[in-house]
Write a protein that binds this ligand. Structure first.
Ligand SMILES: Nc1nc2c(c(=O)[nH]1)N[C@H]1C(S)=C(S)[C@@H](COP(=O)(O)O)O[C@H]1N2
Ligand SMILES: [Mo]
Length: 230
């Protein structure tokens, strides 16, 4: 039902009506084949936009957030820092921090959960990853996103969770600039993923159509679950 109405609005009813009797069926099928991946993506997007309930600002637990870094704290030169967005996109980007600062800013108050057995309610501020990906014009063939970090950490995500409006590239934590230990200048945060999916010190985002099963992520390649949903 949904798919049919989307297809109709995409083509315009006039276009469909103007096709003659026997041309309608074969062409209609062909169009349905061609547009199916895009329609599924739009449906996935609509499902994904259900907001996850958040905590109140006065519920944050600053002392409960432990620093968890497998490879120390990398040195990042902020003067020439830029975030790369490339892969299956129409407009690859090199985004400086001032450009990211001009995008709409959002704060989310969510629980960070580490599989090692601790959790903390944190207020994160920053830009929606969806807004950053939109700047790059993601191809309808894309299905995954890979994140590279300055400490060598690597992660891959499904595009649907990446596009969720509460998935942020954070630059603020509990109302202050994000500390370097927690991933400054840019780290992922989302109420939909476990801690190890939330890469700190992100330097590059690659948009992908398929995943390399041997390169799913720093912990995933050692047996941790890939989706890691909360
Ligand atoms: N680049 C990078 N990102 C990372 C990690 C890391 O070691 N390197 N550790 C992950 C894990 S296991 C967790 S729980 C969180 C911890 O975030 P925090 O140090 O800000 O509490 O970061 C995640 N992102
Ligand atoms: Mo973690």
């Amino acid at each position: 039902m949904k798919r049919r109405s989307l297809l109709q609005s995409a083509l315009g009813t006039g276009g469909l009506l103007s096709l003659g009797g026997c041309a309608l069926n074969p062409l209609g099928q062909e169009v349905a084949q061609l547009t199916r991946p895009l329609n599924e993506r739009i449906e996935a997007w609509m499902q994904a936009t259900t907001p996850v309930p958040e905590f109140k600002r006065n519920q944050v637990e600053p002392a409960a957030l432990l620093v968890n870094s497998f490879n120390g704290i990398p040195e990042i030169n902020l003067d020439n820092f830029s975030l790369t967005v490339d892969g299956l996109v129409q407009q690859p980007q090199q985004l400086g921090l001032s450009t990211l600062g001009q995008l709409p800013q959002q704060e989310i108050v969510i629980r960070h959960v580490c599989v090692e057995g601790w959790a903390a309610i944190v207020a994160w501020g920053g830009v929606r990853l969806a807004d950053v990906l939109r700047l790059a014009e993601v191809s309808p063939l894309a299905g995954y996103v890979a994140f590279e970090s300055a400490d060598g950490y690597f992660e891959t995500w499904d595009l649907r969770t990446a596009l969720h409006p509460q998935t942020l590239l954070a630059t603020q934590m509990n109302g202050a600039p994000l500390p370097v230990a927690n991933g400054a200048p840019l780290r992922l945060t989302s109420p939909l993923k476990l801690g190890y999916k939330l890469s700190k010190w992100i330097t590059a985002i690659h948009v992908l159509d398929t995943l390399n099963p041997h390169r799913l992520g720093t912990w995933e390649d050692q047996g941790y679950e890939w989706y890691a949903g909360l």
